[in-house]
Design a protein around this ligand. Structure first.
Ligand code: AMP
Length: 278
C-alpha cells in the first residue's frame, strides 16, 4: 500500500499502472460502512484508492469541522488489511492552495433536505469530489446510501461535467439495532446512542405501513413523527418522502420513494433513509 500526500505522487503512480481504478472518498474514522464500499471497490476495480480528507468547505459555521473524529493510524491499518492500493491523505493546503477561488454548485437537487438545512454543504462536497475525480480520473467511485442526496448530486455532477466516472451506490451498513453506522455516532452519550435508534424505527414503521398498503405520505409521516416524539432526546430536523431520482416531495407513493430523516440527538445531527421499491 502506498500512502501519498501530494497530487504529483499520484501522477507517477498513474503513469506506471494502466489499470481500472475505484475511488472511495471518505473523511476517515473508518467504520464498516466505509469498509463495505472499500471491499466492493477492491472487488470491482483493479486498483482501489481511498481518500481521507476532512473537507473544510463542506462544513458550515458552527458545525463540527474542528471536532470531527480522527483516527489516522487505525484507519491506515484497516486499509492495509483490506488490500487498498493507494491512500490519499492530503493537507488542506494541498487541496485548497492559496488563491483557490472556485466552487462547484449543484442545481435543483441540492435545494432541499441537506441543502436546505446545511447551506453550502453540498456545494462543498461537489467541489471536493470534483477535484478528487479530476486528480484521480477513476473509472468508478463509491458512495453510501446513507448520504443518498449526496450520491444523487455526485452522480449528476459526473454526468453533467462529463467526468466519465461511474458513480456506484453501496447499501447502508447498520449496527444490530438498526442505527446507521456513522463516524458521528462517536459523539453520542450512552442514553443518546439508545435514543438514536428512533430514526431507524421511524423509517421501518413507514416501510411496514407502505408494505401494508398505506401510500399517503401525510399518514406515513404522522406515524413516523409519533415514534420520534416518544424520544425526548431526539429533535427532528426534517422528514421527507421523495421521488428517488429528484428527491421532490410526494403526496402519494406511486412508483417507489426514498424516505429520509434528519434529527438532532442531543447536539449530534444524524441522517438516515430507506428506499421503498414499487
Ligand atoms: P464520510 O466519511 O462520512 O464522508 O463517508 C464516506 C462515504 O462512506 C460516503 O459515501 C458515505 O455515504 C459512506 N458511508 C457513511 N456511512 C455509511 C454506512 N453506514 N453505510 C454505507 N456507507 C456509508
Amino acid at each position: 500500500m502506498r500512502i501519498i500526500e501530494t497530487i504529483s505522487e499520484w501522477e507517477a503512480i498513474r503513469k506506471a499502472n494502466f489499470r481500472s481504478w475505484g475511488l472511495i472518498p471518505t473523511m476517515g474514522f473508518l467504520h464498516d460502512g466505509h469498509l463495505s464500499l472499500i471491499r466492493r471497490a477492491c472487488s470491482e476495480s483493479e486498483g482501489a484508492i481511498v481518500s481521507i480528507f476532512i473537507n473544510p468547505t463542506q462544513f458550515g459555521k458552527g458545525e463540527d469541522f474542528t471536532q470531527y473524529p480522527r483516527a489516522i493510524d487505525s484507519d491506515l491499518e484497516a486499509l492495509q488489511r483490506e488490500g487498498v492500493d493507494v491512500v490519499f491523505v492530503p493537507s488542506v493546503e494541498e487541496m485548497y492552495p492559496l488563491g483557490f477561488d472556485t466552487l462547484v454548485v449543484p442545481g435543483a437537487l441540492s435545494t432541499c433536505l441537506e441543502g436546505k438545512s446545511r447551506p453550502n454543504h453540498l456545494a462543498g462536497v461537489a467541489t471536493v469530489v470534483c477535484k478528487l475525480f479530476s486528480i484521480f480520473r477513476p473509472d468508478q467511485a463509491y458512495f453510501g446510501q446513507k448520504d443518498f442526496q449526496q450520491y444523487l448530486v455526485i452522480d449528476r455532477l459526473s454526468r453533467d461535467l462529463n467526468l466519465g466516472v461511474k458513480v456506484v451506490l453501496g447499501e447502508t451498513i447498520r449496527s444490530s439495532d438498526g442505527l446507521a453506522l456513522s463516524s458521528r455516532n462517536s459523539y453520542l452519550s450512552h442514553s443518546e446512542r439508545h435514543a438514536a435508534t428512533a430514526l431507524y424505527q421511524a423509517l421501518t414503521k413507514a416501510r411496514n405501513l407502505y408494505t401494508n398498503g398505506i401510500t399517503n405520505c401525510r399518514d406515513l409521516k404522522k406515524a413516523m413523527m409519533a415514534i420520534i416524539d416518544l424520544e425526548h432526546l431526539v429533535a427532528l430536523d426534517y422528514l421527507s418522502i421523495g421521488h428517488p431520482d429528484s428527491m421532490i416531495e410526494l403526496e402519494v407513493i406511486e412508483a417507489g420513494a426514498i424516505i429520509s430523516i434528519a434529527a438532532w440527538v442531543g447536539s449530534t445531527r444524524l441522517i438516515d433513509n430507506i428506499y421503498l421499491s414499487e
